[in-house]
Design a protein around this ligand. Sequence first.
Ligand code: NAD
Ligand code: DAU
Length: 355
Amino acid sequence: MIMVTGGAGFIGANFILDWIAAEGTAVLNLDKLTYAGNLGNLASLTNDSRHIFVRGDINDRPLVGRLLAEHKPRAIVHFAAESHVDRSIHGPDEFIQTNLLGTFNLLEEVRSYWNGLAQEAHSAFRFLHISTDEVYGSLNADDAPFREDTPYAPNSPYSASKAGSDHLVRAYHHTYELPTLTTHCSNNYGPYQFPEKLIALVVHNALAGKALPVYGKGLNVRDWLYVGDHCSSLRSVLARGRAGETYNIGGNNELTNIEVVRMICGELDRLRPRASGTYADLISFVTDRPGHDLRYAIDATKINRELGWRPQETFATGLAKTVRWYLDHAEWVRDVTSGAYRNWVEQNYLSRGNT
Ligand code: NAD
Ligand code: DAU
């Protein structure tokens, strides 16, 4: 059995579905079910005894301690986080509570549990911390991609809180020899992504005939990775990664935001043409994100060399699957975009002028 935190969110849910299909062993899923957590993502496991769901906070140390003692996981895969940069700009508090303090509280309970394990289980145990490429800061157009030894330079409250959690994980390995693994992944996209992140938001708005908001001039660059490829990389790191090491994970798909938005429009034009015109007519350039990082790019040589992992999807194949998934799951989208979602859209977009 492994324990996953944040397994009802976008990547966590994809990871659990992938894990149960590929490994077949049980998963204990601890998730607070914030606005981003949705048990509907795991509906296909409702009657599967290999998925054990517990609603709770990683900051609840008595709960975490009890779960560890009762289920005796051989590994923790730690996804739980506040993950949206724009929300961290509007309100950083939750980011510090969960990403920094939550990781600290989790580490403390895990350390105590791990110290009590018998020798074989003690040596086999792993704590896999899911971090982000954003901790390395922003690149200029001709800078070399991020490597594992690129210095930290986080620029948003989100990336700073993730950087802080990475330092704690590093320190727990260095000081207590907790067998940790840390991954730094680029932008994910795919099924079950909450429509606050660029690709999911653009698909959702386009289908609703709403404006497609592109920050600034749309020239910021991200390296997109299909979520299924991220999941397979995490299985490789957990199985064969060296304790105490960090691994960068990327998709070799550097694109400007405007290129991404135009490709989504092209895909929708093909699969669900509008009555007149193209979805690209909905593109609207709006006031930029404060402190907006210009470019992220990943050098994934280490994970490829040491673990033999490489992504299977190109951006074209991954995007086609993703757009098709959203078209086929209108009900899922309806469920997650009711209520509080509308408040967020008003808070983030109504005050942005067109540029
Ligand atoms: P998400 O926002 O979709 O999901 C986060 C999940 O964590 C939700 O289910 C939420 O309910 C849960 N959660 C939040 N606070 C919690 C708490 N205190 N206790 C327990 N559960 C809590 O996030 P995501 O996009 O799936 O990202 C997952 C992880 O991967 C994060 O750590 C993020 O930093 C990292 N990451 C994300 C991306 C990306 O492109 N989305 C890329 C690289 C790394
Ligand atoms: O790089 C990994 C990170 O990728 C993860 O750590 C984060 O959890 C994840 O949210 C993501 O961060 P970004 O800020 O890069 O993702 P987002 O989808 O919010 O934005 C992608 C790009 O699109 C970014 O340059 C901002 C821009 N954007 C975003 C939104 C929501 C727009 O132009 N318009 C929008 O409405």
